[in-house]
Design a protein around this ligand. Structure first.
Ligand SMILES: [Zn+2]
Length: 309
């Protein structure tokens, strides 16, 4: 069984609180372990989880405000300290390359780890991974910002009893999946005769932003959407002014986009009671709703059932 889950390192916007570390998230998705937006203290938060710096395969930064990247120096140096042997890819808005360069070499250290630096140059840029496609979409914030989504292609779930009925075993199964049919003793067996569609899973990561097309493009049919809700509706005007979302807006995006499991995070420290985010979002979204807490884990929901036909 492959593991697909979100590990929450921190959930505070702007400044940490006694209960909430600066932002930070890890997505485990099969052979990818992706660190998103490591805020200050992310290296230490990792110690409280089952993820180690050595596990990381990729780092994605949405933008260069401190609560989304001040954890980069410590995390990057840790990769070298731990002699991580595999290359670690790093994505960030290309316009912030100067900030990245400073954070990467914030202090002197003995560099052994290999970073594959791949900045995001354009809206809609796609990065092919073994487990799917990582896509970046431009968001609306005072500085260049990209959200990310990971999309697994639709596939096929083979039905063992049907395969057995045709006597199809071993490498022939792989060939049938790849080619779409198999010729057996003068009869052609189509893939669809021995399988059912297996919908691909989708993960989306949206922050920081005001409402814009990019938000909807990322959230579309996400099985798991992690989205900022810095503010409540009482501060809607302020949110729009500074390029942030309210809990109600984030929840409406989730409903309109067919999201299954919704994780709200990146909370302003002005609201000490997290239930207010839940209550406001609940009025606009009736799917699974999670108000993120530090050092918790959220599973990808089970795969969608393929529609008949
Ligand atoms: Zn920001």
């Amino acid at each position: 069984m492959s593991m697909r889950e979100l590990v929450v390192l921190g959930t505070a916007s702007q400044a940490p609180t006694r209960q909430r570390n600066h932002n930070g998230y890890v997505l485990r998705w099969d052979d990818e372990v992706i660190l998103f937006d490591p805020g200050e203290g992310s290296q230490r938060q990792l110690l409280h989880t089952t993820v180690t710096a050595t596990d990381l395969t990729r780092i994605c930064v949405t933008h260069f405000h401190g609560d989304h990247c001040l954890g980069l120096p410590g995390t990057i140096q840790r990769l070298s300290l731990d002699r991580v042997a595999h290359p670690v890819a790093v994505h960030f808005p290309a316009g912030g390359a100067e900030y990245f360069a400073r954070l990467r070499y914030a202090t002197s250290f003995y560099e052994t780890a290999e970073l594959r630096v791949e900045p995001i140059e354009a809206d809609g840029q796609r990065i092919a991974l073994r487990c799917g496609t990582l896509e970046a979409r431009r968001l609306r914030h005072p500085i260049e910002t990209y959200g990310y989504r990971l999309v697994e292609p639709d596939g096929h779930r083979m039905l063992p009893e049907k395969l057995a009925a045709y006597g199809i075993t071993g490498p022939a199964v792989g060939e049938l999946i790849r080619v779409g049919h198999l010729d057996l003793d003068g009869r052609r067996v189509a893939r669809d005769e021995v399988s059912v569609p297996r919908p691909g899973q989708r993960f989306a990561f949206v922050m920081d932003t005001g409402l814009c097309d990019g938000v909807y493009a990322l959230a579309e049919h996400a099985d798991l959407l992690v989205i900022e809700s810095t503010f409540l509706e009482s501060e809607a005007a302020l949110a729009a002014e500074v390029g942030h979302l309210t809990a109600a807006q984030a929840a409406r995006v989730a409903t309109e986009s067919g999201v299954r499991r919704l994780v709200l995070t990146h909370f302003s420290q002005r609201y000490p009671d997290p239930r207010r985010f839940h209550d406001e979002a609940r009025a606009h979204f009736d799917g699974e709703l999670i108000i993120a807490e530090d050092l918790t884990t959220v599973q990808l929901p089970p795969r969608r059932v393929a529609s008949a036909g």
